[in-house]
Write a protein of this length. Structure first.
Lengths: 186, 577
């Protein structure tokens, strides 16, 4: 059965790693629903958040294949229940939409959105939330004419108690232990 | 810094010197005990070749006739020596000609370091002459790759390359180096790496899993051990033998596991998979415990996964965590190097024998012998068959030669009928099934193991894919003895057409050249045999001659390799005819 999974990958900051990750999805004919990357809580270590819709067996295999790439520190996959996540959407609408009655204003209140800038010609509204929420506001604003729309990839934090720093310590420990007898061919 | 250095070499480390990037590349190879390079010169790698010119006494360079020949030769060399094979090529077409070999080495876990020249850093991305984005091209078919654009990077990157290529599950590494980095000077100081950040080549086996595995082994009635190349790679042949002998476990080898266990051993039951032996395939679906060691449950081994060993518990000993549960779900997985896992397991398993169960293998073998093997090795219809050629060679060499093959029917005949008695004696393209692999791989093997007899068994199709390497064999007088099993067909594909495409022989019949003249033209002496009466005597001549030599054997045009599990079929429904 297919479900939505959020894959979190911790990587070194190296050229080409994104490519190494994406070819693994391409090989399996998996579509990436969204992708976001930025530096994590540890300096120099990057966090990729990738959303895919697939089976658990597939996401498990893909996650392992990602994790074994050189330059990848750890890769995890999570269901929706195991993460706290958010997306951000920006809507550019004609400023005149605000001129007739308080419809748009009440929409903004109702959706907990905020206005980023007001220019004579256009206004930019920001809404954070899950995709269904930002999509709903999109539909509501559509009748007033949306000039531009952009939605970010998902960013997610995991609810698990064990943090990446603990995993990295383990990794370092494994590395130390195997250092003396590392060469397979000797 | 990314890499830690090996302490033992730190002692002999020299003072910093100022040298060019090109010279640093050569010195890095020497520091890693490289003695042989396979390559093809061209514009973007000329500075490195110029530096090599001063080291010809220490580094043997084999100038091949096509870059694909270089990489397959490096693969043959690496698999025998169990250390990275080295390739040099220029940028653009030189580098792209490596693609097949990289993919082959990736699938068959072969350590390689391919150094490709690249246009100057200032020209990158401008569609310069002979510029190809080799890093992107090789991304999915390398264990690691990197583009050096600055000479200062060379020592650290080369140390990292050697470490990655040859540790853990080995694999190919591409180092693309821009021309400016070859010319620039750097402060050179080389230290081999002892680790690479965030990379654990040898995962530590979990003792809890080892205990569980031992329990399963001690309580099973009908075990079957699947021997993969991981046993060869980790040098665990002795431990493997001790393990199976102690618990009396029947052994079946994957294609790449061949020669790691003597075929005349009482526990050896044959080869697995599509054209493997009848007994281990049938009994895969009868056993109660399947123990895969250093293998990856490839589809050629398993056939239809939905009907594969469903009745059995599965233990998987495998160094690459991404292979565990990928195809076959395991009951116990030991994510570790094969030797290390076996060392831990041996003291925990009970001495046992499974006589009755072993007997079932013998009974099934009798069926295969009567229906297939006897006809293959002692045919009585006057025609010559691949099986008898290989079987005769095996008898005449006591199963002690190194066999290198190409891909197709002759490969399966070789795998089935050569009775390997010595380990590290089988080099064949497994996962990728690369036609054209045999002849160049044989060159690498001949350089890696000059004192052992080497036979390259090849078909008429594959022979013509890398025939140009006869030039290299001739130039370097490599003792490669080629046995060309010529049936004037792409035999394996023709077999499939006969069995699954209603005898429609689309594009499989070849009008072949005069192979003797071609061989002689390259300066490789040759002979042809087309009569059974002369086979044994001619093979003996081939064994006695000092190579190179090419022997063409005219075999029956339309014979098939049996038994067979059709693609996607059930292993226990293997066809005998």
């Amino acid at each position: 059965m297919k479900n939505e999974y959020t894959i979190t990958i911790f990587t070194e900051n190296k050229i080409g790693l994104l490519h190494r990750i994406t070819v693994i999805f391409t090989r399996r004919h998996l579509n990436i629903d969204s992708l976001n990357t930025s530096e994590s809580e540890i300096r120099g270590i990057y966090r990729f958040t990738i959303v895919v819709t697939t089976t658990e067996a597939m996401v498990q295999t893909v996650t392992k294949q990602i994790e074994k790439q050189i330059g990848i520190l750890k890769a995890f996959y999570h269901t929706e229940e195991e993460i706290v996540y958010q997306e951000i959407a920006l809507y550019k609408v004609p400023t005149k939409a605000f001129a007739y009655g308080d419809d748009v204003e009440s929409l903004i209140r109702k959706f907990n959105a905020r206005v980023l800038t007001i220019e004579p010609e256009y206004t930019v509204v920001e809404k954070t939330g899950h995709k269904s929420e930002t999509q709903q506001l999109f539909r509501e604003l559509e009748s007033y004419g949306i000039l531009q729309f952009a939605r970010s990839g998902r960013i997610a934090l995991t609810k698990q108690i064990k943090e990446i720093t603990a995993y990295l310590k383990e990794l370092e420990q494994h590395q130390k232990e195997s250092e003396e007898e590392v060469l397979t061919y000797n | 810094m990314e890499t830690k250095t090996r302490t033992k070499s730190a002692a002999k480390q020299k003072a910093v010197e100022k040298i060019t990037g090109a010279e640093a590349m050569i010195r890095s190879l020497l520091a890693e005990d490289v003695d042989t390079i396979f390559g093809y010169i061209g514009g973007a790698i000329m500075p490195i070749y110029d530096a090599l010119f001063n080291y010809e006494d220490k580094l043997k360079h084999v100038m091949v006739r096509h870059e694909q020949g270089a990489i397959h030769a490096a693969q043959g060399y690496a698999r025998i020596k169990r250390k990275p094979g080295i390739c040099f090529t220029t940028s653009g077409p030189g580098a792209t000609n490596l693609v097949t070999g990289l993919a082959d080495a990736m699938l068959d876990s072969t350590p390689l370091i391919c150094i490709t020249g690249q246009v100057g850093a200032a020209l990158l991305g401008t569609d310069a002459f002979q510029e190809t984005d080799v890093v992107s091209v090789s991304m999915p078919i390398t264990k690691w790759n990197y583009q050096i654009t600055n000479a200062e990077e060379i020592p650290e990157i080369m140390a990292k390359a050697f470490f990655i290529a040859n540790s853990g599950r080995p694999g190919p590494v591409v180092i693309d180096i821009t021309k400016n980095a070859q010319f620039e000077e750097l402060d050179y100081k080389y230290e081999p790496a002892s680790s690479v950040n965030n990379y654990v080549p040898k995962p530590k086996p979990l003792m809890s899993e080892v205990e569980k595995a031992a329990e399963l082994i001690n309580s099973c009635q009908k075990p079957l051990v699947l021997l993969g190349q991981g046993v060869t790679i980790s040098g665990a042949e002795a431990e493997f033998k001790e393990f199976v002998e102690k618990a009396g476990l029947p052994v079946a080898a994957t294609l790449l596991g061949l020669s790691s266990f003597p075929t005349n051993h009482s526990l050896y039951t044959g080869m697995l998979g599509m054209h493997g032996n009848y007994a281990p395939n049938i009994n895969t679906n009868k056993c109660d415990l399947l123990i895969g060691i250093g293998m990856r449950f490839d589809d050629r081994v398993t056939g239809n996964l939905n009907t594969y060993a469903k009745q059995a518990k599965v233990i998987h000993i495998e160094i690459d965590p991404s292979e565990i549960d990928k195809n076959v779900k395991t009951d116990v997985a030991i994510n570790a190097d094969a030797r290390q896992a076996l060392e831990l397991l041996i003291p925990k398993i009970n001495r046992n024998s499974h006589e009755e169960w072993l007997e079932t293998f013998s009974e099934l073998h009798e069926i295969e012998f009567e229906k297939v093997i006897s006809k293959d090795i002692h045919p009585d219809d006057g025609k010559m068959y691949m099986g008898e050629v290989v079987n005769t060679l095996s008898e005449l060499t006591n199963g002690e030669a190194i066999i290198v093959t190409d891909v197709g029917q002759h490969q399966m005949a070789s795998a089935r009928y050569y009775g390997f008695q010595k380990q590290n004696s089988w080099i064949s393209s497994g996962g990728l099934g690369t036609m054209g692999f045999g002849i160049p791989a044989g060159m690498g093997v001949a350089l890696a193991e000059p004192d052992r007899p080497i036979f390259v068994i090849v078909g008429d199709g594959g022979f013509q894919m890398t025939v140009q390497e006869l030039g290299t064999i001739s130039q370097y007088k490599l003792p490669v003895k080629i046995i060309l099993l010529n049936n004037d067909f792409l035999g394996m594909v023709r077999q499939w057409q006969q069995l699954f495409f209603s005898n429609r022989y689309s594009s499989t019949e070849l009008t072949n050249p005069n192979f003797l003249m071609i061989s002689e033209g390259f300066g490789v002496p040759s002979k042809q045999v087309s009569e059974r009466d002369n086979l044994k005597e001619t093979l003996q001549e081939l064994i006695d001659v000092k190579g190179p030599f090419m022997l063409e054997v005219k075999v029956e045009k339309e014979s098939n390799i049996f038994p067979m599990v059709p693609a996607g079929g059930t292993v226990s429904e293997m066809r005998l005819d």
